[in-house]
Design a protein around this ligand. Sequence first.
Ligand code: HEM
Length: 405
Amino acid sequence: SRRALLGWGGAGLALGAAAAGGAVAAVTGGGDATATAAASGAAVPFHGTHQAGVATAVQDRLHFASFDVKTGDRAELVRLLKDWTRAAERMTAGQAVGEGAYGGLAEAPPDDTGEALGLKPSRLTLTVGFGPSVFDARFGLRERRPAALVELPAFKGDNLDPARSGGDLCVQACADDPQVAVHAIRNLARIGFGKVAVRWSQLGFGKTSSTTPEEQTPRNMMGFKDGTRNISGTDTAALDEHVWVSGKDGPAWLAGGSYLVARRIRMNVETWDRTPLQEQEDIFGRDKGEGAPVGRARERDEPFLPAMLPTAHVRLAHPDSNGGARMLRRGYSFTDGTDGLGRLDAGLFFLAYQRDVAKGFVPVQRSLAASDVLNEYIQHVGSALYAIPPGVRDEDDWWGRALFS
Ligand code: HEM
């Protein structure tokens, strides 16, 4: 029964599988490509039509950084984007930046900070985005601003901290090894010294959304499976319809790109942990053990919305409640110490990619902000929006080339 699933035996097994990560899945999954790649620490190809790190099977760890551009010189920003691209090509292949951590001149600092030496590529992906503020007067990009790249509206219940919001550029680093992800952001920040400064950054663990339906769905900090009805990274029809910007949508430079919404969502886990199981399940509209929608038996069964509370999270977030709105969720859990009041500063760092925020995040978040019963336990404390340019095609291409050409 459900209780048995949540008992020690079930939980122990689940934890064991999670701890061993892809290795277990690789053994039991019958040659599943993602799991095998994760276990082997493989590299994800950097070049392509789309940037890696969006449809890519979600890695275990995140280091996300939002940067302010400090230089007012367009040529200097372009130079930086080129340097970042070359460094990213190397790091995603498991190589050190430049001459490495002990190449070059003894009297100069090494090109690479060194802490990823000897580590595998760990499926590192680096994904760059441009915030609305980069299209202001500074770099002559006003005409290039996508009409769809408008600041997000204020939502009911928002308690946004400006120090954890916005930014001119972002880099999302995802990898199965946290040291690899942190190393990548650190080295990009180092290369950008004097031209960009980190505005805010976020570490994440325990991916909270799966883009690989064939794998076990991960659980969020509330203990529920998260990502069951996400867009699969191999569903090219859904990706084209809901995630990738097409040549017809907006500026030509963004074709093959996407839009990213980042929200730091604090969870009041202590209150949640005192909430009865039945209430927790009613809030989501799914059961905790299996993840099945109310009245259904299995996780992947179609949700029957009328059986759920009108204020249940899944009912309100479902495409049928929002004019068909869908997005690709790619968030991570975070626990950043305590809040000084004896509570964990924990939650969900929500990341969602979509073709048009006005038809993705905005209508869904409007529904959720208005009546989701989950709101009693969560608060949005950070927010950012970025245009995600298309992929870097080859060694001569660079992040944002079409935007600056
Ligand atoms: C579904 C948790 C915030 C959009 C779900 C599910 C869970 C969950 C457990 C069910 C499993 C699944 O289909 O993935 C949470 C938590 C949140 C949160 C704990 C905040 C801390 C958000 C936000 C959005 C969102 C901010 C977008 C504005 C969705 C969507 C679904 C979903 C689109 C799938 C609905 C469906 O098609 O059935 N969420 N979520 N969630 N959530 Fe959230």
